[in-house]
Every structure is written in C-alpha cells, then in structure tokens.
Design a protein around this ligand. Structure first.
Ligand SMILES: [Cu+2]
Length: 156
C-alpha cells in the first residue's frame, strides 16, 4: 500500500508540495532507501520521438535525464534506415569515417545500442538506460552518415 500511495503522491506533487512531502517521509521510513531510489528515478518523462529519413535524423526532445530513455523512431523515408545511439564527445557529424561508414567500434565513441535497419513507413521502439553525457543519434548504413543522418543528443 505504501508503494501505491507514493506513486499517487508524486503525481500531485506540484499541486500540494507540503502534504506530499509529509507522505514521502512516511513512505521512506517504511522502505529501504535503495529501493526508493531505483523506483522513483523520475525518468518517466524520458519519451523521445524521432524520425529517420533521407537524409537526416531528428528527435524531440533532444535531451533527456539519465536513466531509462524510450526512443520511438519512425522511418519516414523511402528506403531502409537504422538508428544508432552513440555515446561520444565528437561533434555532431564529425565522426571519422572508414570509407562510407564509421567502424564499430571506433576510437572516441561507444555504440550503446541500435535499432537495426528497419523498413520505410515502420516505427520501432528502443528502450535504453543511458548515463549522462553527449550522444549522437545516427544511421551508419553505407553513405548515410555522410549524407546527413546524424543529430546530437544530450543526457543530463
Ligand atoms: Cu539511413
């Protein structure tokens, strides 16, 4: 019951901060601290929707908070594309290519995960746990990165 109470409470936090704070203290007292942290990581707003097409990648919003991030990506192009989540401090569009794409792995970047090539007109969901840092969201099919299929993304 405590768990339910806490969830409801958080939903109305902005409306009645004072009474909510009292409830939160109640709940915290009856549960291990660690459990409270993992459950309430406050990342439920990390829904990112985006589009891949010839020749760009765009997402809204282009930032998230560290934790679970849910990407819903539609291929609005006319050919297949992929969607890679790359953690890197390299500037958007500046990843060194090896021929018509960049190598995976490459120095200075980490491919966290990806939606493999998916067909035009379809939508895919990718749920990741992301650390704070700078990212690029890209398509690394031959020629696609160089053609413009990349955008920056920041996790705080
Ligand atoms: Cu592509």
């Amino acid at each position: 019951m405590n768990k339910l109470k806490k969830v409801l409470c958080c939903g109305i936090l902005s409306l009645s901060a004072t009474s909510c704070a009292a409830d939160m203290n109640d709940a915290a007292g009856s549960q291990p601290e660690g459990d409270t942290m993992s459950e309430g990581s406050a990342t439920e707003g990390n829904f990112v929707s985006g589009v891949v097409k010839e020749w760009n990648v765009s997402v809204t919003p282009n930032t998230a908070t560290a934790g679970e991030v849910k990407f819903t990506i539609k291929n609005e192009g006319t050919i297949g594309h992929e969607f890679l989540v790359v953690k890197t401090d390299i500037l958007d569009g500046q990843i060194q290519l090896d021929g018509d794409h960049f190598s995976e792995p490459s120095p200075g970047l980490e491919v966290i995960d990806e939606i493999g090539e998916f067909p035009a007109g379809s939508t895919e969901l990718l749920v990741l746990s992301l650390e704070a840092g700078n990212y690029q969201l890209v398509c690394n099919l031959p020629g696609h990165y160089a053609a413009g299929m990349h955008t920056s993304f920041v996790v705080r």
